[in-house]
Design a protein around this ligand. Sequence first.
Ligand code: COA
Length: 286
Amino acid sequence: MFVSDLLKGQTIIVTGGGSGLGKSMAQRYAELGANVVLAARTFERLEATAKEIEAKGGQALPVAVDIRDPEACADVVRQAVARFGAVTGLMNNAAGNFLCAAEDLSPNGFGAVVDIVLKGTWFMTQAVGRQMIEQGNGGSIVSILTTYVYTGSSFVVPSAMAKAGLLAMTKSLAVEWGSAYDIRVNGIAPGPFPTEGAWAALVPDPKMMEEEAKKHIPMKRFGEHSELANLAAYLMSPMAGYVNGTCIDIDGGEWLQGAGEFNRFVEMDRANVKQLLGAMRPKKAK
Ligand code: COA
């Protein structure tokens, strides 16, 4: 789909880049020629991913960071510049989430998610934005959002609130930084993409989840990491030079199926549906 040096000359910071979807996106960026900076809490995991990338001929710098600390975020940027000379892209992928009934959430539980997702992502975005502004060559910032930024969701209220805040950040900065500094700011709203971390935190019964997916997702399956990684690569690339301030859904149509008034008919046998609808059709007068 892409030429092999699509991202050559770019340096992209990927938060949560040591595992899961962050790792898949970082690997794709490196394959397409970008230098990647893997930034997350567990250094050993980052180091292992960096080694895998370098073994395939890529350039990767692992940096331990807790994005809740704004100084530590600024330091990631400093280390990226020291090694690669500039920062041209940021993939905000790191997050924290768990399932909990809203009435049972403690203040700390609420804060744990909002501090990582909303504040942490902002600290990283601001640190990278300041660097891009100083460099004067624009840049691309992409955040992993979620389809429940539109709908909200039960049992993940802090995450829904924080991610909706990031959608507002995306749209705000797309104009503020787009117009003055040529920095594009976009989001990606993924549906279910299996990863060890997210599945452990969010999927009580994987078998049931798979069966449900077949019923509730028009494409009848989970997403593949490569599908998300290719979208993430496109948004970082010059091919997306006119894409700014938007959020692209990649969920097989899942959230729309849940939202449409008459969409429950798609979960029924099609011949039965046609029979039901046919029976409702007024007879033509002879
Ligand atoms: N249900 C209810 N409350 C929970 C909880 C759960 N499953 N998990 C954590 N909490 C609460 C804790 O009880 C604590 O509140 P308290 O002090 O009132 O008891 C508070 O959250 C902080 O917990 P702690 O373990 O110290 O949080 P942390 O900052 O180390 O971790 C999390 C943050 C909770 C988001 C953790 O799950 C995390 O870091 N996850 C990262 C990976 C991840 O979530 N991946 C999935 C992304 S889709």
